[in-house]
Ligand binder design. Sequence first.
Ligand code: DOR
Ligand code: ZN
Length: 360
Amino acid sequence: MSADRLIIRRPDDWHLHLRDGAMLAAVLPATARGFARAVVMPNLVPPVATVAAAAAYRNRINGTAKGGVRFTPLMTLYLTDASDPEEVEKGFNAGVVFACKLYPRDATTNAQSGVTDMARIAHVLARMEEIGVPLLVHGEVSDPEVDVFDREAVFIDRVLAPMIKDFPGLRVVLEHITTSEAVDFVGDGPDRLAATITPHHLMVDRNHMLAGGIRPHLFCLPVVKRARHREALRRIATSGHRRFFLGTDSAPHAVADKEQACGCAGIFNAPVAMEAYASVFDELGALDALENFAAHFGAAFYGLPVNEETLILERDPWTVPETVEVAGAGGRGGVRPFLAGETINWRVAGIGPPNKGPVL
Ligand code: DOR
Ligand code: ZN
């Protein structure tokens, strides 16, 4: 397919950071203009670790979303060493908690309250397995002895593989995968195991981040790897494998927090996410695989209906803005989007009316 106009079912973002307050207000429109639903990460400070906190956060998001287009946040609970299975079950039954998120302690941004040892949450995972709550995983060890480029592969061996065996009914999503090891492990795994893939991990390898100067706006966790890993991700994303689907991991940070001696991890790709995926699929001659990846496979994995509306994409080059302003940020500046200042071939032209056509 090499059309100039592409109409797909409205997609969902199965992994997103929306933050809170002024930042939430600044970044939410970039997601809601395209995605109908998003799984919202709970790594606020303090973390979203109770049903009350998740419900209040959902209210703040819904209060920020402007009318017009439908947008549904799907909330997650942050697992800690002190997580209580009763709380998870209560939130799930009340329709507040969509999934639980595992951050290994100190593995990434705001993971200070994360889990230190899987044994401490075994009873929580057992309950999730029993009642059907999906576990979303930041798949990196935080062991300082392990090289930062190896942390995903080591996590798979040390944590994920045993967990999949120990909890044979648990539904697990390995988020934002970055390695061929993750592609193989998930691809060869059971039907209850899936993975999300970000636009930046499809477009960038570590040379983009480090060759010719360090580019802090391409720093995220798990960190981008060698080119051959990016190739493996591009192959599987466009392959039609049903257990690999879209999750942007859009993670905004103020420019001042990215550009400093110890810059934080996270790439704000919401303003350009669907456009970036479309460009990658187009480059690989796989535009006909985009709708499944973006709108069908994730919904199918989570047992949700596909969205009725459509998203219209056009081949119409545009230049990505340098910044998205954050109200009241003052000298800290706004947020710099992924691909800022670059020209991208695909553009989201809008949301279209319901498509009653065949659903996979
Ligand atoms: O790069 C990242 N940024 N990776 C994560 O896991 C968290 C995220 C954030 O919250 O900024
Ligand atoms: Zn994330």
